[in-house]
Ligand binder design. Structure first.
Ligand code: NAD
Ligand code: LMR
Length: 342
């Protein structure tokens, strides 16, 4: 027989669950490329979210086993696996957030742009399916080269007549995560307090950490600024080289992407104080897509924050001007890829 105190504990716990259900909406998240190096740890982290009721995993291989494994965790979301093109539509229907992490990663000696030929077509196919099955979802793109894949997805959504610039994001959270980590190490600061905006894009010199805008305010020598900036810009390559052919960042990326998913879900859920950096359609520079701090709301991007571009140091201003031609070319390459196939 159950003891009275055990019964009381169970009753309390179900009351807590009940009031949580009353207070919060629950969301469906779909992850495309879910069996991959990023996909597996990312889906594990999303499975831990109290805001997710359904977690749909899609991949072209191995995904049913990953879904079966994950489904045994006793957290609220129901996990389902979908494999092959014939199951893609069912994976996407009703999704509130879709995370796209399908595609090949770099090997040593490659640039992210070297992935274009393989990954552009993957992004195109998946964006078409999103447009057909869940056009209202927030779309988080991780697949590289991010500077081009986000414009590719935008063009596809435009062709399908469902493009909402407020709902398409290139995930650059990992650049912020790295900048926060490296600055806190350099300055011996408590990690929780550190927030460094990173703007521009997500490749080489297009990644521009604004160290002068770091919170808490910190001072660096010119040499430190140069060293830290280059370290943040090359952090992806650093991992690719150490992994020596076994892929690129997966665990730190999963951590960063899970943070961006959680922020998006909190915003959908009505939290009015959610800010992240992301690569979005933007008019704060003369480039059509640009990473900067954004405010997230119930309908996606509520505001693109331009204030952090004011009062930059000379170093940052020069770096900003220097990144523009490369970022512009990558955006145009993505747009041309879709338009030339018309
Ligand atoms: P991975 O090879 O381990 O996994 C990719 C997964 O995608 C595989 O499971 C594969 O089967 C799947 N896939 C391939 N084609 C597919 C398709 N048409 N539909 C569905 N799934 C498909 O690679 P990874 O390490 O997980 O990296 C994935 C991508 O993320 C790469 O392009 C990488 O460059 C990029 N990335 C981006 C960032 C960022 O900051 N935005 C960080 C790290 C990696
Ligand atoms: C990263 O920054 O780690 C990713 O873009 C993967 C890569 O190719 O470096």
């Amino acid at each position: 027989t159950l003891s009275a105190s055990y019964c009381r504990a169970i009753r309390k716990r179900s009351q807590r669950c009940y009031s949580y259900v009353q207070l919060h909406a629950f969301y469906k998240v779909a992850v495309l490329g879910a069996a991959g190096g990023i996909g597996q740890p990312l889906t594990l982290l999303i499975k831990m979210s109290p805001l997710v009721s359904a977690l749909n995993l899609y991949d072209i291989v191995n995904v049913k086993g990953v879904a079966a494994d994950l489904s045994h965790c006793n957290t609220p979301s129901r996990v389902s696996g979908f494999t092959g093109a014939s199951e893609l539509a069912d994976c996407l229907k009703g999704a509130d957030v879709v995370v796209m992490t399908a595609g090949v990663p770099r090997k040593p000696g490659m640039t992210r742009d070297d992935l274009f030929n393989t990954n552009a077509s993957i992004v195109k196919t998946l964006a078409e399916a999103i447009a057909d099955n869940c056009p209202d979802a927030l779309i988080h793109i991780i697949t590289n080269p991010l500077n081009s894949t986000v414009p590719i997805a935008a063009e596809i959504l435009k062709q399908k007549g469902v493009y909402d610039p407020k709902k398409l994001f290139g995930v650059t959270t990992l650049d912020v995560v790295r900048a926060n980590t490296f600055v806190s190490q350099e300055k011996n600061l408590k990690l929780i307090d550190v927030d460094v905006p990173v703007i521009g894009g997500h490749a080489g010199i297009t990644i521009l950490p604004l160290l002068s805008k770091a919170k808490p305010s910190v001072t660096f020598s010119d040499e430190q600024v140069q060293e830290l900036t280059v370290r943040i810009q090359n952090a992806g390559t650093e991992v690719v080289e150490v992994k020596a052919g076994a892929g690129s960042a997966t665990l730190s990326m999963a951590y960063a992407a899970a943070r961006f998913v959680e922020s998006s879900l909190r915003a959908l859920d009505g939290d009015s104080d959610v800010y992240e950096c992301a690569y979005v359609e933007s008019n704060i520079t003369d480039l059509p897509f640009f990473a900067s701090r954004i405010k997230l709301g119930r309908k996606g991007v509520e505001a693109v924050i331009s204030s952090e571009l004011h009062g930059l140091t000379d170093y940052e201003n020069k770096a900003l001007e220097a990144l523009k031609p490369e970022l512009k070319a990558s955006i145009e390459k993505g747009v041309a890829f879709v338009q030339n196939q018309l």
